[in-house]
Design a protein around this ligand. Structure first.
Ligand code: ARG
Length: 473
């Protein structure tokens, strides 16, 4: 007796695939995680088949109960996946057919080509919603840390050289902005994921009067008005993976943002900066050097970005040059897509948790921010207010900085007389320029790191979170 052959090979084939071929072609080892969506999609498809008269009500009930039973067993870890049945779709369908005769009718008007496209879309919708929720969590952690330390000022850097003072909160809110754009990108991506491909069949739809709108509604592929959203070309419907690429692209950008944040955290946690302290539970020690406390979460966040970007490139290459329509190459989409979702989501969660367990070393920040050179631009602005053209003011302050350097004194310890000798526009009131609090009070245009503006931004974020939590957003 021949081994029971997989569904797709019955009839046409005399023998099953060799062991090495089966191992090479299977996808059950990774696509099993689509099971819940596969069952959800199959129940909707069967419901439609009953509506158009392909299934009797009794058959539909049989199929539904059978699928639900299988789902229960999978959830409990009791279901035995068979690699020889290739993938999640065949495993579930074959088991259903073994249990209920009507199972043999389930695949009417459907192909694994539109089925797998459907399953990925259903799975990805949930992943996007979860990732968006997690991004909000991360933004909240950033805002909370800023809020708790709203009086802390640090040097802002360009070229990693001290530039101008900013509130620590302002620096953190820069990341909140980045993640807000990511949030919007994911939301936008969702609209293109949320389209139902079922009914496309293998490539050319079906001769049966499938009710695609009905299936789409059952699976909640609807727009804001509740209208069903369907793919409009059967060939595109089975071979389109743009939505997966879009997700991996949005995910790659999230990862890049996480990596930049991670790098700032790593720098701030060095003895040299000493701006922050990450709680022990979120750091690791060295097996050799007893004094070490390493910011491994941040380092891994930075490191994992490489593979997330790689996943995007893999998918782009997968589609490049792929002829119409479904080709088995497309099976390679899933591991890359899964990995992006898993990696980005866990990194977002862990980064948020790390921030919630990070404290700011106010003294070190204050010491760094007290560097009067950070206010050299303010000194130029002082001259501008005395009606000097900025280019000239820039030049004058350059000579002031050179003078201070030669004198071996910080900028704010030059006398008014010395300053006056460098440019007659300097008078008594120049000393106010180096009052940091006052300087921070003067940066108040939208998006500036001034005292009022940062407080306003913090409160805008909190209001946004609150209205979302209350469902009034
Ligand atoms: N496991 C396959 C995939 O992931 C399902 C579709 C297979 N279709 C086919 N015609 N062989 O793409």
């Amino acid at each position: 007796m021949k081994e029971q052959s997989p569904v797709s090979r019955s009839g046409r084939f005399e023998s099953g695939p060799g062991a090495d071929v089966a191992k090479f072609t299977e996808s059950i080892s990774f696509d099993w995680r689509l099971w819940e969506y596969d069952i959800f999609g199959s129940i909707a498809h069967a419901t439609m088949l009953q509506k158009i008269g392909v299934l009797t009500l009794a058959e539909l009930t049989e199929i539904k109960n059978g699928l639900q039973q299988i789902g229960g067993e999978i959830a409990e870890g009791k279901f035995k996946w068979k690699p020889e049945l290739e993938d999640v779709h065949m495993n579930i369908e074959a088991e259903l057919t073994k249990r209920v005769p009507a199972g043999a009718k389930l695949h009417t008007g459907r192909s694994r080509n539109d089925q797998v496209a459907l399953d990925i879309r259903l799975w990805l919708r949930d992943q996007i919603i979860e990732l968006m929720r997690e991004l909000r969590g991360l933004q909240k952690a950033l805002v909370e840390l800023g809020e708790k330390n709203s009086d802390v000022i640090i040097p802002g850097y360009t070229h990693l050289q001290r530039a101008q003072p900013v509130y620590f909160a302002h620096h953190l809110l820069a990341y909140a902005e980045m993640f807000e754009r990511d949030y919007a990108r994911l939301n936008d991506c969702f609209t293109r994921v949320n389209v139902c491909p079922l009914g496309s069949g293998a490539i050319a739809g079906s001769t049966l009067p499938l009710d695609r709108e009905f299936v789409a509604e059952l699976l909640q592929f609807v727009d804001d008005e509740g209208e069903p959203r369907l793919t409009q070309n059967s060939m595109d419907g089975v071979s389109d993976r743009d939505f997966a690429i879009e997700f991996c692209s949005a995910g790659a950008l999230v990862a890049v943002h996480l990596s930049r944040l991670a790098e700032d955290i790593i720098l701030w946690a060095t003895t040299e900066f000493n701006f922050i302290k990450i709680a022990d539970a979120y750091t690791t020690g060295s097996s050799l050097m007893p004094q070490k406390k390493n910011p491994d979460i941040a380092e891994l966040a930075r490191g994992k970005t490489g593979r997330v970007v790689g996943n995007l490139v893999s998918l782009l290459m997968l589609l490049k040059g792929l002829p119409m329509t479904y080709n088995r190459d497309l099976q390679e989409d899933k591991e890359r897509l899964f990995d992006t979702a898993d990696t980005v989501r866990s990194t977002v969660r862990l980064t948020a948790a790390m921030l919630q367990n990070t404290t700011i070393n106010k003294e070190s920040c204050a010491a760094a921010a007290s560097d009067p050179a950070l206010l050299a631009t303010d000194l130029a602005d002082y001259l501008v207010k005395k009606e000097m053209p900025f280019r000239q003011a820039h030049h004058v302050v350059g000579s002031v900085v050179a003078f201070a350097e030669k004198a071996g004194r910080p900028l704010n310890q030059l006398t008014v007389a010395e300053l006056h000798s460098l440019d007659p526009n300097f008078s008594e009131d120049v000393l106010h320029v180096f009052d940091l609090k006052r300087a921070m009070g003067k940066r108040n245009s939208t998006g500036a790191p001034g005292t009022k503006e940062v407080a306003r931004q913090l409160s805008l974020w909190k209001k946004k979170f609150l209205s979302e939590d209350l469902g009034t957003a």
